[in-house]
Structures are given as C-alpha cells and as structure tokens.
Design a protein around this ligand. Structure first.
Ligand SMILES: [Zn+2]
Length: 133
C-alpha cells in the first residue's frame, strides 16, 4: 500500500525529531487534504495555524485525537488555514507528543495544559521531568 510506504519513509527521515515535530504538513486545512492524508482511523496529533510569508507554519493551536484524527481536524476547517499532523499507534503516544508540542511551541490558543486521555495511565514527560529534583 502506497500510503504505508510513504509513512515509513517519512518516519526514518524524521526519526530523531519525531517527538517534537509533526510528520506531515503544513497543508491547507480543507476536506480534500484531510481525506487524502488521513483515510484510516487512528489517533493523532496536530498543529493548526497560518502560513507566514516565509512559508513557515505559525502554530496557534495544538491538539490530539484519541480515535479519529480525520474527524477531529475537520472541526477546525474555517478556524485555521493550515495544519500539520502525525498519526500515532496508541493514544498514549499521542498524548505524550501533544504535551511535547504544547511545551515546545506554547500555542496562544491552548488555554491549558493537554489533559491525559480517558482511562489511560500516563502523564506529561516534560512536567514529570521538571517536578523531579
Ligand atoms: Zn507538561
């Protein structure tokens, strides 16, 4: 399947920065792009914002989808112009990555720290590191 190969290749290229960056994007936030990129249901993390004149995504909001990243992103169409996204194998991974994005970028539209997913025993690695002596 072509999509899986693309994902695997991209993974190797960005393996060392996997935790802080998003694999795909930025792309214009519209139904066509979301559907062609994310046609299988999975957890995921995303960043939303607008493109600067230099062609960089200015991140205004980061988020996580526990079940269906496709559906979650579509709720933001019209609110932001561009998105970048990463799919995750588990909700646990998605939450850790979301926390990392939150701490790295401090997006202005995120009013509070990301909450852990329902029923998953996990905490933010970044906050845990700060709390320990
Ligand atoms: Zn944290």
């Amino acid at each position: 399947m072509q999509f899986a190969q693309f994902g695997k290749g991209a993974f190797f290229i960005v393996a060392d920065i996997k935790l802080t960056h998003l694999k795909w994007g930025p792309f214009p936030l519209n139904r066509e792009n979301i559907d062609s990129l994310l046609f299988l249901e999975s957890p995921g993390t995303y960043a939303l914002g607008a493109m600067t004149k230099k062609g960089v995504l200015e991140i205004e909001y980061v988020g996580r989808a526990d079940k269906n990243i496709n559906k979650s992103l579509k709720e933001f169409i019209g609110h932001y112009t561009h998105f970048a996204v990463t799919k995750h194998a588990s909700v646990h991974d998605a939450h850790e990555h979301e926390c990392q994005l939150y701490h790295d970028f401090g997006p202005p539209d995120n009013r509070s720290h990301p909450l852990p997913p329902d029923g998953v025993d996990t905490s933010c690695p970044h906050c845990a590191a700060e709390a320990s002596p």
